[in-house]
Design a protein around this ligand. Structure first.
Ligand code: NAD
Length: 294
């Protein structure tokens, strides 16, 4: 049993904290939102009144916050109060620069940092089937792994500080671009009088095969579990895809990488969100493409 503090008990952090409780750990959480607090409390998480109270005596701390600025603020508070040797895991999706900055700050204070963003969404957080992409020293990763296994199914050590965030944004850039490619193909098929099922049957077993097609098909029918069958709700929100694509473009600019398709995808999801679809699943981008083709 490990004494763990979880800061950020939202859609992802709440169920993750509850899975740590189910695995037999002593978990204390803190969030600014009364609704998030109540839900976590109902799931067996002890609730603290502040970050400082939550992390007091914790052997490990997990943060699951909206963006880099929140992580920078919360980690700045933690490094001043956590005991030396405390394991510090950030599972938020944030910019690589912030991830590296908080790693350095934590290490300088004698703490043991790991960036461990996730894929798998709210469903994966609830079912403890998340994939964790980790960055940090070998010893830090080895300490974090058993705790992450209580919340996920696949735990990958990607490299040093910030490598987990780098893997996350590269993966999601592939996903955002490939969903647009699949959407364009279905819209072209519609114009050519080719049925959705016929295109699916061919492309899903041919060289056009990809996750956006075979697991998350953006038209209703071929893959009954994809959000397209339910009006693009729920799923992975367009706003979150846009956030990750913006992070990829910021990282590309800082690192001097050329990512023209990533840049275009960022613009298209931005347009989709601006037209009121930020809360809808990102595969609904096909509706924007179809609209442009009419
Ligand atoms: P969320 O908004 O539901 O939860 C974030 C929580 O952080 C909120 O409850 C908020 O009150 C709390 N918070 C903010 N500042 C705080 C502070 N200073 N102290 C304590 N609590 C604070 O967001 P989410 O969907 O849980 O996402 C969390 C992170 O996970 C984000 O970085 C997101 O990009 C990433 N992520 C989300 C998904 C998803 O499908 N929702 C999937 C993968 C990754």
């Amino acid at each position: 049993m490990t004494t763990i503090a979880v800061i950020g008990l939202g859609n992802m952090g709440g169920p993750m904290a509850q899975n740590l409780v189910k695995a037999g750990h002593a978990v204390t959480g803190f969030d600014l939102s009364p609704a998030a607090i109540e839900e976590a409390r109902a799931g067996g998480v002890a609730i603290a009144r502040s970050v400082a109270e939550a992390v007091k005596g914790a052997e490990a701390i997990v943060t699951m916050l909206p963006a880099g600025k929140h992580v920078r603020a919360v980690w700045a508070e933690i490094v001043g109060i956590a005991g030396k040797g405390t394991l510090l895991i950030d599972s938020s999706t944030i910019d690589v620069e912030s991830a590296r900055a908080v790693h350095a700050q934590a290490e300088a204070a004698g703490l043991v940092p790991v960036d461990a963003p996730v894929s798998g969404g709210v469903g994966g957080a609830k079912a403890a089937t998340l994939t964790f992409m980790c960055g940090g020293a070998d010893a830090a990763f080895n300490r974090a792994k058993p705790l992450l296994e209580a919340m996920g199914r696949k735990i990958v050590h990607c490299g040093g500080a910030g490598a987990g965030q780098a893997a996350k944004i590269c993966n999601n850039m592939i996903l955002g671009i490939s969903m647009i490619a699949v959407g364009e193909a279905f819209v072209l098929a519609e114009k050519l009088g080719l049925s959705h099922q016929a295109l699916f049957d061919v492309a899903s077993t041919s060289s056009g095969q990809c996750w956006s097609l075979t697991t998350y098909c953006p038209v209703p029918g071929p893959v009954p579990t994809s959000p397209a069958n339910n009006g693009y709700k729920p799923g992975f929100a367009t706003a979150l895809m846009l956030k990750d694509l913006k992070l990829s473009q910021d990282a590309a600019a800082a690192a001097g990488a050329t990512t023209p398709m990533g840049a275009l995808a960022t613009q298209l999801y931005g347009l989709h969100a601006a037209w009121g679809e930020g809360g809808a699943d990102f595969s609904g981008i096909i509706e924007l493409i179809r609209g442009k083709s009419d």
